[in-house]
Design a binder for this molecule. Structure first.
Ligand code: AHR
Length: 663
């Protein structure tokens, strides 16, 4: 039976719940129209965007504990020091003659004249190696030479916590490995590799991983960081960038073929994201230990559709602006085609066979690729269509993500307009990637920006966004709530806004370049920012279809503060599996807003509401390692009866209501 029509104001006064709402100076009624479901919500709406920025990969998600493991850093001994024990004498030199392979051309040579208790090198990891008590660590090294080697894990005082010994490897490069158990926890340990006899020893790819990585994979990822991603239930993952796809110039653009296979043969690449905190530190590098196979596997593990982004023959337009001449673009296009074959091709295809040889014969079922990062201008629109045509000719079902420049207004307006003029005048596009790093107020002002989007044009991917609050751009609640507000607009328009992802994803405390970020970590700890919880809540509460919802004033308050209260931002939808109505309400104001909620046209009356609230005492509140969940969702259940129920939305809050009907 449909519910009777909602009572008017007079009728509501007779209802005890409504009286409660009015007594609290209610000025807003939220009416959900349950009888006329709207469009389906894009199943890909909420995703993540991974880039190796802020030590997100090396020193972060990628669980390798040795920094500069292959001595390929420009400053070859970066993160390494010389160790001389018990009167040992020797020298360490950097060599490149007869290297391990053509992609890994430097190695360390220890020449020992007096071995004492050992002469060699120590690595301090990424700001120290964090060891856990009784954890196993997987050590390996490529070595050759005449001296036996002794490897020690030691804490910052030099106390040995675990070790392994190897006989002299001999004249050919050999891989030596051992499992070393740490006797104690040590937050700033180091790895020491010593030659223990006179002679010469060459070392390369000196590696140490915890045994326990995500799914205990070799060459694996930090389990705690992946868990944070898995807990978001992202529908897709965009990777590997971002600006690193473009390169400062084309020589250091991201080339996916460099990132697969033996880690010893993945050439290290310069990373443009210089560490802003330790600004005196040398620039940092990508080892590509976290490469495309690992990215695809990660997507598979966390149930996210992969979205790789490819260089389109253009380097960063803020930096070198280097372009591949159109006559030379074929290898770039071929890289894109080969990537699709690597992901999806049969094991008898050239690149499918490589995937199978790497241990993954099953296809990854890639459905989309991005051509270029946030490129703009005529140069982009000369190059991108060549990729589009070639990809569609071979893989018509693959959707292509197209850039619309680095922003959507202000200084980026002309670039953005040019892109959309192209799309409107025949340049093909499936999904257009739009970026906005703007103030919280901008987010509030732009909640409706896609309400008037052409429904017959390309889909929108809000592929990078974050509210930047003031000069300090702190990861505070104010920014998160502004993002929540625009998310209501994304859900409401999710027939056309089909994908969204916050950026950047990760930041390492003490070694970051860009803020705000979704997830902060150090060598042992991790926490989500308030923005993380906004993304997670929207993802966990994505409805299947949108329901119309409207806001009406139902009583004029005598209280001027209430009268001038800014509007709430709301969106509603239906979870078809549970039958629940989902209502998202964002209150960005600095005071509570009292409201009453009504469902029109529902088959049965609402009986209970599961409520999740994200708020805190101040809009400036942030999470920290010491208080990681200061701003985190809290849940409660309300028992209700009748067609209308009251609820007050706290200042600076996102509230998700799951409204369940009775029998
Ligand atoms: O997310 C940080 C950077 O912002 C990305 O690398 C780039 O695409 C954008 O400019």
């Amino acid at each position: 039976m449909p519910l009777p029509k909602l009572p008017g104001l007079a009728g509501m006064l007779a209802c005890s719940l409504a009286v409660h709402a009015l007594a609290a100076d209610a000025i807003t009624r939220i009416t959900i129209d349950a009888a006329t479901p709207g469009h389906a919500v894009s199943p890909l709406l909420h995703g993540i965007f991974f880039e190796d920025i802020n030590y997100g990969a090396d020193g972060g998600l990628y669980a390798e504990l040795v920094q500069n493991r292959s001595f390929e850093h420009d400053e070859h001994m970066f993160s390494w020091s010389t160790v001389s024990r018990g009167g040992a004498h020797g020298i360490v030199t950097m060599e490149s003659a007869d290297p391990l392979n053509a992609k890994n051309t430097h190695y360390a040579r220890l020449v020992v004249s007096a071995p004492g208790r050992g002469f060699g090198v120590a690595n301090e990891g990424f700001g120290g190696i964090a060891l856990k008590q009784a954890e196993n660590y997987l050590f390996s090294v490529r070595a050759r030479g005449t001296a036996p080697l002794h490897v020690v894990l030691e804490d910052e005082t030099g106390r040995p916590l675990g070790d392994a010994s190897f006989p002299a490897p001999g004249p050919q490069w050999r891989e030596l490995d051992a499992t070393i158990r740490s006797a104690a926890a040590a937050p700033h340990a180091r790895l020491v590799v010593l030659a223990t006899a006179p002679g010469s020893s060459d070392l390369d790819v000196v590696s140490l991983f915890p045994e326990h990585t995500w799914k205990n994979r070799r060459n694996g990822l930090r389990a705690d960081l992946v868990q944070m991603l898995a807990d978001m239930h992202p529908a897709f993952m965009r990777f590997p960038g971002g600006c690193i796809v473009e390169g400062k110039d084309l020589t250091n653009r991201y080339q996916w073929k460099d990132t697969i296979g033996d880690i010893a043969a993945r050439p290290q690449n310069w990373n443009r994201w210089q560490d802003a905190v330790r600004s005196t530190a040398p620039e940092y590098y990508q080892t590509y230990g976290l490469g495309f196979l690992e990215f695809f596997q990660l997507c598979e593990d966390i149930g996210a559709e992969p979205l790789p982004i490819l260089n389109c023959g253009m380097a960063c337009q803020f930096q070198s602006k280097q372009l591949v001449p159109l006559a030379d673009i074929d290898p770039f296009v071929q890289d894109a085609l080969d990537l699709i074959e690597f992901a999806n091709g049969s094991v008898t295809s050239e690149w499918g066979a490589k995937r199978a040889a790497l241990g993954h014969p099953e296809p990854f079922n890639l459905k989309m690729v991005g051509v270029g990062n946030e490129q703009w201008g005529e140069e982009y629109f000369e190059r991108y269509p060549i990729f589009y045509k070639a990809i569609k000719a071979k893989y018509p079902d693959i959707k292509i993500v197209t850039g619309a420049g680095p922003g959507v207004d202000a200084g980026d307006l002309a670039r953005y307009k040019l892109a959309w003029d192209k799309f409107k005048s025949g340049t093909p596009a499936d999904i257009v990637d739009e970026h906005f790093y703007r103030s919280p107020q901008w987010f509030l002002d732009n909640v409706n920006r896609y309400d008037t989007q052409d429904r017959n044009g390309p889909k929108i991917f809000a592929g990078e966004f974050a509210a930047h609050d003031g000069v300090a751009k702190r990861n505070n609640l104010r920014a998160a709530i502004a993002e929540a507000a625009i998310m209501t607009g994304f859900v409401r328009n999710s027939d056309v806004v089909t994908m969204t992802s916050y950026a950047p994803l990760f930041a390492k405390a003490g070694a970051w370049q860009w803020n705000p970020d979704l997830i902060w970590f150090d060598n042992t700890r991790v926490y989500g920012s308030p923005s993380y919880y906004v993304q997670q809540l929207f993802s966990l509460n994505r409805p299947d279809v949108v329901l119309p919802v409207k806001l009406d004033p139902v009583a004029v308050s005598a209280d001027p503060a209430q009268r001038s209260a800014p509007a709430l931002y709301v969106v509603a939808g239906l979870d078809q599996k549970t039958g629940e109505t989902i209502l998202d309400v964002v209150n960005p104001s600095d005071h509570e807003v009292a409201a009453e909620i009504a469902q029109q046209g529902a088959a049965r009356a609402a009986a209970s509401v599961r409520l999740t609230v994200l708020t805190s005492t101040s809009a400036n509140d942030e999470n920290t390692f010491e208080a990681p969940t200061k701003v985190a969702p809290r849940e409660e259940t309300l028992k209700i009866s009748g067609a209308i129920f009251p609820h007050s939305f706290p200042a600076n809050s996102l509230t998700i209501l799951r409204i369940k009907s009775g029998n």
